[in-house]
Every structure is written in structure tokens, then in C-alpha cells.
Design a protein around this ligand. Structure first.
Ligand code: GLN
Length: 441
């Protein structure tokens, strides 16, 4: 299914021998001893290739570990491999990788009939859904952990921005990136989150307060106020997704949760705002790959400018190049105010919409929305010209959480004995306020 791009057998062996030693000789067990994990190939892993699925970093072997990886290893996990992604995590399908697309195990019917895994952390989602590993790490800038988790039927967590260190995660959009977790159930995902969360002096944007591990407990739903944002019911959302959303809403109501219709009025502009901010940060982040200090170097020796140009045009795919191009356009002096500054102001209003529903009068505890607009599309349909043009729309339900910095968890919903007949996976996203605000409440 092309989920893993580098298999790390030797690393897994060394790490599992250490776990065994601890278990049998030292009688000291760590929380992840014996637990297999995969890590998306945009997290640096010392002495293990880290490619971002791009020609540009095809030969890059980091000399240091991402904090997330070192914490997992310290807690006993063993790395089975690095997982596939869209180049530099730009995409929603895991279809744009130098290693080729990742295939979804669900709906797989041979080489000519298969569905996309979602993206950009599709490799991680497929590795977990097929049992290749217990949990996997993805990244989530606009939905890249939750989208593939939803299409592959696993749990996907996007933590509060700053709860988990970004050190060693090759940046896409620094102000929105968060490491994400994919696992087969909430318990496993929580165990991993408890290992990787917390302040890190190597990432100044991490939340400084010590992290208190989460303990799962049953909650009495009769006290819980759940908001259904009207704006999330959008054009292009499939009937199965809408029916699933409604079904779960009714179910929660039967369990005596207080269901409320709420409004997040700036949702309609969020795709445009996300795209502008994403492309501006991409243009700036990608500037480092010049073929001299970092990244692929071509054989061009006519002039430095030509070397830059040829290295960058061979090193990046069309998606990356067009984002760099658009981002630089938005950042031109004459456009800066019109696009970038305006987008920043709108981003604040989008974040304020969430604050209002969580804190204002008539407030709710959590929001319930769909994760994706439909179940996993067939590969051919997804990469068709029309759908390429519509690509940004895939993130309609997920990217607002990234712009607001709030956490979200995508949960697979399997409904038995009803009229809702999707044989594929449909998931709903639960959005709570930022963890800092929950603590202060
Ligand atoms: N699909 C979005 C994008 O291409 C989200 C990517 C992500 O979360 N890494 O920007």
C-alpha cells in the first residue's frame, strides 16, 4: 500500500532489545515498551533518511532527532519506519510523493481500483489501520492528521498548538503546525499524547506550563453542552456524512447531552485566509532550500542564480512551486497589506468565533463537526483536473482549528443497522477549547 518509505528494521531491533532487557532484567517497564510506531517522513530522525517525500531532501540524513521522536524512544517505543506523505506535507491525499501515492486499505480492489488514504499523513494512517504499527505520528497544519485518520478509520488527534514540541518537524506553516497522533482507539492515542506533550526548551512556542497527563474517565453526558456549528454544513458535503453527523447528534441528545446550534460566522472566509497565510509562510520557509546550504544541488555551474533556479525547479513538485510563487506574490510590498495583513486580521476573527462559542453567553463545552466532506475518493477521481482545482476545499472542516490553535480529535463512526450505507469510513471531529483555557476553567 506504499505506507512506509523507509523501513527501520535495525532501529526497531535495537530498541526492542532494550525494552526486553528492561522488562526481564531490570523489571522496570516504560509506558511504550514493545509498542511499534511509524513517524511521518517530515520529522527529523538522527542517521535515518528524512525526505519530506521530495527530491529536494531525497538524500538528507539528519544529525539530530525531533523532540517527539526522542520522547517516544525514551518511553520505550520502537520505530518500524518513516511514513509516506504529500511532498512537504502539502496536500490532502498522499498522492504527491516522490515515492508514489499511498493506497487506502479500505475499498482496495487491486491496482486499478483503490481509494486514497487522505493526507498529508496518509502513510501513518494506513500503517495504523492495517496493524503495521500500534500508533503513528503525523503532522497537522490544516487537517493532515485528521483527514487521513478519517478516511482510514482510525483516531486522529491534533493537539492544542504548542502542547507538543515542533522541534525537528520540518516546517510547513510555523504558526499552525502541530505534531499529530494516529492510533486505533482513544486509549492508545492518549497514551502516546501523554508521552510527547509538554514544554520543550528547543521550541519557544511550546506552552511553558508542565503537562499533567490525561486520565480517561467516563463522563456524564447530561452535563455536557455540545455545539453544532451551522456553517459547517456546506456545499459538497455528501449525504452519508450529513446523515452520520445527524445520527450522532440524535444519539448524544438521547444520552441527555445539551445540543445547541451555534454560529462561527467567519467560517466562509477561512479557506481563503488559510490559503494566503499558508502560501506566505511556505514561501518564506522554502527559501532555505537553495541547493548550496540545504537541499538538492543540480549540475548547473553557469551562475549562482541559475544554480538556485535549476535546483529548486528540479527539487520541488508543482504544488510546492506554485505555493512559493503565490506566497511571494502576496508578500510583495504592494500586496502585503491587501492580502497578508488582511488575512492575519481575518484569522483573528476566526479564532474569536471559537472563543465566543466556548466562553460567550450561551456557551458550549465542545463542538461536533464532520472531519471530511465525503468518504475516501477513488484515486483517479481525486487527481482529476477538476478536483485538483478544488483541492483546498478538502480542508473546509479541519483548517479553522489550526488557525485558532484549538485542539481537535477525529473519531471514526461506525453505524450498524441503519439506512446510512457507506461501506467506507466516516469520522466526526470533536473540538474543545485550547488546553490552557480548560485548565483555567
Ligand atoms: N491540505 C492542507 C494543505 O495542503 C493541510 C496540510 C497539512 O495539514 N499538512 O495545506
Amino acid at each position: 500500500l506504499n505506507a512506509i518509505v523507509t523501513i527501520t528494521e535495525d532501529v526497531a531491533e535495537t530498541q526492542s532489545i532494550e525494552s526486553e532487557k528492561r522488562f526481564y532484567i531490570e523489571k522496570n517497564i516504560k509506558p511504550l515498551d514493545g509498542i511499534t510506531i511509524a513517524i511521518k517522513d517530515n520529522f527529523c530522525t538522527k542517521n535515518i533518511p528524512t525526505t519530506c517525500a521530495s527530491e529536494m531532501l531525497k538524500d538528507f540524513i539528519p544529525t539530530y532527532d525531533a523532540t517527539v521522536y526522542s520522547k517516544l524512544i525514551n518511553d520505550g517505543a520502537c520505530l518500524i519506519g518513516k511514513s509516506n506523505l504529500d511532498e512537504f506535507a502539502m496536500g490532502s491525499g498522499t498522492v504527491d510523493s516522490i515515492f508514489g501515492p499511498t493506497r487506502n486499505a479500505w475499498g482496495y480492489n487491486g491496482d486499478t481500483d483503490w481509494r486514497i488514504a487522505g493526507g498529508s499523513s496518509g502513510g501513518s494512517a494506513v500503517a495504523v489501520s492495517t496493524g503495521v504499527c500500534v500508533a503513528a505520528i503525523g503532522s497537522d497544519t490544516g487537517g493532515s492528521t485528521r483527514n487521513p485518520a478519517a478516511l482510514c478509520g482510525v483516531v486522529g488527534i491534533k493537539p492544542t498548538y504548542g502542547l507538543v514540541s515542533r522541534y525537528g518537524l520540518i516546517p510547513l506553516v510555523n504558526s499552525m503546525d502541530v505534531p499529530g497522533i494516529l492510533a486505533r482507539n482513544v486509549e492508545d492515542a492518549t497514551t502516546v499524547l501523554n508521552c510527547i506533550a509538554g514544554p520543550d526548551k528547543l521550541d519557544s512556542t511550546t506552552i511553558k506550563r508542565d503537562f499533567k497527563p490525561i486520565e480517561l474517565k467516563d463522563i456524564d453526558l447530561s452535563n455536557v453542552k455540545i455545539g453544532i456549528p451551522t456553517e459547517y454544513l456546506c456545499e459538497g458535503m455528501s449525504k452519508e456524512v450529513i446523515d452520520t453527523w445527524k445520527f450522532v447528534e440524535d444519539l448524544l441528545e438521547k444520552e441527555k447531552a445539551i445540543m445547541k446550534t451555534v454560529s462561527l460566522p467567519h467560517t466562509s472566509v477561512s479557506i481563503a485566509v488559510y490559503s494566503i497565510l499558508n502560501q506566505c509562510e511556505v514561501a518564506s520557509n522554502m527559501a532555505r532550500y537553495d541547493g548550496l546550504e540545504f537541499g538538492l544541488r543540480t549540475n548547473e555551474d553557469y551562475s549562482t542564480e541559475e544554480l538556485y533556479a535549476s535546483s529548486r525547479s528540479q527539487g520541488f513538485n508543482n504544488v510546492v512551486r506554485s505555493r512559493i510563487f503565490a506566497g511571494n506574490y502576496f508578500l510583495l510590498t504592494r500586496n502585503y497589506e491587501k492580502y497578508f495583513l488582511k488575512a492575519l486580521k481575518l484569522r483573528r476573527l476566526i479564532a474569536d468565533d471559537f472563543k465566543n462559542v466556548f466562553n460567550g453567553e450561551n456557551c458550549v463545552d465542545i463542538l461536533l463537526t464532520p472531519t471530511t466532506l465525503c468518504d475516501a475518493p477513488l484515486y483517479g477521481d481525486f487527481v482529476s483536473k477538476h478536483n485538483r482545482d478544488q483541492c483546498a476545499f478538502q480542508d473546509y472542516c479541519t483548517q479553522p482549528a489550526n488557525m485558532a490553535g484549538i485542539p481537535a480529535v477525529s473519531i471514526p463512526i461506525r453505524i450498524i443497522n441503519t439506512e446510512i450505507l457507506s461501506k467506507l469510513n466516516i469520522s466526526l471531529d470533536i473540538l474543545p477549547p485550547k488546553c490552557q483555557e480548560l485548565i483555567s476553567k
